[in-house]
Design a protein around this ligand. Structure first.
Ligand SMILES: *[C@@H]1O[C@H](CO)[C@@H](O)[C@H](O)[C@H]1NC(C)=O
Ligand SMILES: *[C@@H]1O[C@H](CO)[C@@H](O)[C@H](O)[C@H]1NC(C)=O
Ligand SMILES: *[C@@H]1O[C@H](CO)[C@@H](O)[C@H](O)[C@H]1NC(C)=O
Length: 599
């Protein structure tokens, strides 16, 4: 046992035999207002963790319930699942080290992320001096659908209450009494995750006219406090079967986290191999046996050349770079490339370069947002820079919003010339954040660059939505944003440089910017975005490398207020994390202020 641990054990033995540990923890939470006091809070939490996982979880659950942070069942489920992960972390790391600082950033929002730890990604070959150029011969584009964040609730219940006290509604919850205040229709509602019928409707709609689809993940509904391994396995398998039956063309999926938690291969007490094995099996029909083997061996990542094309699709597991994957904090030893995902990406991009192929990178979490670890985002950006001539596009989901993000060869000179790569971020199917949507790309079959991106939605206010949802064109990126960039020729693709010019137009033309903001959530819950929010939003569009985004935690606030008030449009709600530990801890201080004195 390290010395700080024996010190803690002693401290607990002498002090907490007589006092209530819960009181210490509530006091420490109340006093945790900045990075230093967050580290201090980890000391009693680590003391609690030394008493064992169940003591830890039951104590934190008691605090959650007594403060009324969430309904009792939500407190129990979420902490029952993630509490042991946090307890294991607290027993394994120093409360004052850099891993603890990262934990204080991700769970509590009280520390700024530490500066990037310098690491140079090794490449098998230097960049070619005369890289192959990919030239369009003007053939008609092929159509590729991109859908994301389906979050299908297999327990969606028509007739249940749309209005409830849980994080998602439209379910028959055991503790719900009385008739529904608003009865859920058969297709869906904004407080709820996707009904199976709505998901099937979308799959039928996109089967009409596409060469193949890409699906950037998140199958399982957001009731994470209830989700277990059986349910995850079942949900993934049912959706794989539905896609196979209804799409009529291949789909290339990206792995996403069940309940945000993929342990690293250095964690001995847990692993997520069962998820990778299940998806390896479930995806073989589209990606073939060799790529399916990669899914099992590279933590859900694989690469596949779409038949009849010169396009290599590299699907990577970005959840090892995700701040809310709490397994990442179980060691003080830095791991530049957890589970080798960056190494795998390099290997596959080198293979594409050697074969004269173009590549698309697809993944669940875009690697530039506030919820990405700066270290891994920086290392991944080095890969983007090295293979920028090979990569024709990157495709992500996770934010539930219709967005994009740019990488630059020089982030201190963000110009159209220096923009080297664009991440296309798809809106979600789940109606929680806006009208259900998908994106359809027109793809040049020589360069695999994007000629247009059209978003389709099903309008939930349409009276026929609950019986027979229709999917209509919402907007075309080329038609909407093309006129803002006068030098765009009709034969030009929507390149990184084009998107940079669009961000310049947003900066100078507020009506163009406000239109982008309303498109983000497909016309629902449109955020008011003032000058400061606009500055942050444009900064973030130019930050596929996380250290360059402007989503800093706000010092002085009692924990970061996720998605609250003015911060809402500037930072991103973490809708994929759902009601996890981070969410619960972030709500505790305000609950203490309002209710603790009667505790
Ligand atoms: C939803 O429930 C809350 C709390 O029970 C209630 O105040 C509100 O009026 C309800 N909303 C609707 C639309 O019924
Ligand atoms: C973890 O994965 C990395 C990258 O694939 C590999 O180099 C390393 O040997 C693995 N470690 C363990 C303990 O399996
Ligand atoms: C500003 O953007 C709007 C689109 O919202 C467009 O109609 C208008 O022409 C733009 N103005 C200029 C000067 O480009």
């Amino acid at each position: 046992m390290s010395s700080w641990k024996s010190f803690l054990a002693l401290l607990l033995f002498f002090t907490c035999a007589t006092c209530s540990l819960v009181d210490d923890i509530v006091d420490a939470i109340e006093n945790a207002v900045d990075c230093g006091s967050c580290h201090a809070l980890l000391v009693p939490l680590a003391g609690l963790a030394l008493l064992g996982d169940s003591a830890f979880s039951s104590t934190i659950t008691a605090v959650c319930k007594s403060l009324g942070v969430e309904d009792d069942d939500v407190c129990e489920g979420a902490i029952g699942q993630q509490g042991p992960i946090l307890a294991n972390n607290l027993r394994s790391i120093s409360p004052f080290g850099q891993t603890a600082t990262k934990l204080c950033d991700s769970v509590f929002g009280l520390c700024q992320p530490p500066a990037v730890n310098k690491f140079t990604v090794p490449f098998p070959k230097p960049a070619p001096t005369n890289p192959k150029t990919f030239v369009s011969t003007g053939k008609p584009p092929i159509q590729v659908v991109h859908f994301s964040d389906v979050h299908i609730d297999r327990q969606y219940a028509a007739g249940s209450d749309v209005n409830c006290t849980k994080p998602i509604c439209c379910r028959n919850y055991a503790d719900h009494t009385g008739p529904p205040s608003v009865a859920a229709g058969p297709m869906g509602a904004h407080n709820c995750d996707t009904s199976p019928s709505l998901a099937q409707s979308m799959l039928r709609a996109i089967s009409a006219n596409n060469a193949f689809s890409i699906f950037t993940g998140d199958v399982v509904e957001a009731a994470v406090w209830l989700v277990d391994r059986n349910e995850v396995t079942n949900d993934m398998s049912v959706f794989n079967n539905e896609m196979a039956e209804l799409l009529g063309a291949p789909v290339y999926p990206a792995i996403a986290a069940p309940v945000n938690a993929f342990p690293r291969n250095t964690t001995s007490k847990a692993n997520a191999q069962w998820v990778f094995d299940a998806q390896s099996k479930g995806w073989t029909k589209w990606i073939g046996a060799a790529s399916a083997t990669q899914v099992s061996h590279f933590s859900g990542s694989y690469s596949v050349v779409h038949p009849g094309t010169n396009l290599r699709i590299i699907s990577i597991n970005t959840v090892y770079w995700y701040k809310a994957n709490f397994w990442l904090y179980d060691s003080d030893t830095l791991q530049p490339d957890p589970n080798g995902i960056i190494g795998f990406t390099v290997q596959e991009l080198q293979a594409a370069e050697d074969a004269g192929q173009r590549a698309w990178i697809i993944g669940h979490m875009p690697p530039g947002r506030q919820d990405t670890l700066d270290d891994q985002s920086n290392y991944f950006d080095q890969v983007i820079q090295r293979y920028r001539n090979t990569i024709a596009g990157q495709f992500y989901g996770h934010s539930h919003q219709d967005e994009f993000a740019l990488a630059y060869s020089d982030y201190s000179k963000q110009t159209a010339e220096n923009a080297v790569s664009v991440g296309w971020i798809a809106p979600s199917l789940t109606p929680r954040n806006g009208n259900p949507a998908f994106k359809l790309y027109d793809v040049d079959p020589d360069t695999y660059e994007i000629m247009d991106a059209r978003v389709f939605i099903s309008d939930m206010d349409d009276p026929s939505f609950q019986t027979n949802p229709t999917w209509k064109l919402y907007y075309s990126a080329r038609e909407t944003y093309g006129p803002l960039v006068p030098d765009l020729k009709s034969t030009d693709a929507l390149t990184p440089s084009f998107w940079h010019k669009v961000t310049e137009a947003f900066a100078s033309n507020d009506s163009a910017f406000q239109q982008y903001i309303s498109f983000k959530n497909r016309g629902i819950n449109i955020e008011s975005c003032d000058a400061e929010c606009k500055r942050v939003t444009i900064c973030d569009l130019r930050a596929l490398r996380a250290e360059n985004n402007c989503d800093d935690a706000t010092p002085g606030l009692n924990f970061r207020k996720r998605g609250d008030g003015a911060m809402r449009s500037a930072t991103h709600d973490d809708d994929c994390e759902g009601t996890g530990l981070g969410h619960i801890f972030s709500k505790m201080p305000s609950k203490i202020v309002s209710t603790f004195k009667v505790y």
